[in-house]
Ligand binder design. Structure first.
Ligand code: CTP
Length: 141
């Protein structure tokens, strides 16, 4: 493939307790280009976002890197790195789930911005809640 044919897609997130909503988001993001780069929130940045992940950064990174739709994972360390990342990485498309709709429109000065519909009914938060309330007998074998 020539350099001109390459179309780089960029997305961000915490990706804790990797689940089918993450898979669908990454699959659809990857279909918008020829390579998918993921800015993975560090544990320190998650604190700033008011999140606490069950899995630490290195474990979340290892899981993401094993996903067939993901080409590269790098650290997301603060709110303000996105435009610099788009430029540095030569991103053509910036993708987020539509829970973020409108929040990153300022990136559209630098590349295409696409908000993808979230997969209903699943989230890391929901899985954590299920694990708190479910007795072992209720869980899938
Ligand atoms: N995402 C999605 N569908 C879901 C859950 C997440 O498309 N059901 C997308 C988000 O919109 C985001 C990316 O996956 O673009 C990473 O989301 P993340 O915040 O890590 O996942 P959540 O499961 O939403 O986590 P939490 O419950 O902690 O907010």
């Amino acid at each position: 493939m020539t350099a001109q044919a390459q179309r780089t897609v960029l997305t961000y997130g915490t990706f804790d307790l990797f689940h089918p909503g993450h898979v669908q988001l990454l699959k659809r993001a990857r279909e918008l280009g020829t390579r998918l780069l993921v800015g993975l929130s560090t544990d320190e940045f998650n604190v700033l976002k008011g999140k606490k992940s069950v899995m630490g950064y290195e474990d979340r990174k290892a899981v993401l890197e094993s996903c067939r739709y993901v080409d590269e994972v790098f650290a997301e360390e603060d709110w303000d790195q996105k435009v610099a990342d788009v430029t540095r990485l030569g991103a053509d498309v910036f993708v987020m789930g539509d829970d973020w709709a409108g929040k990153f429109d300022f990136v559209a000065d630098h590349c295409n911005v696409v908000y993808l519909a979230r997969t209903p009914g699943v989230s890391s938060t929901e899985i954590k809640q299920r694990m708190r309330v479910q007795r072992p007998a209720d869980m899938h074998a």
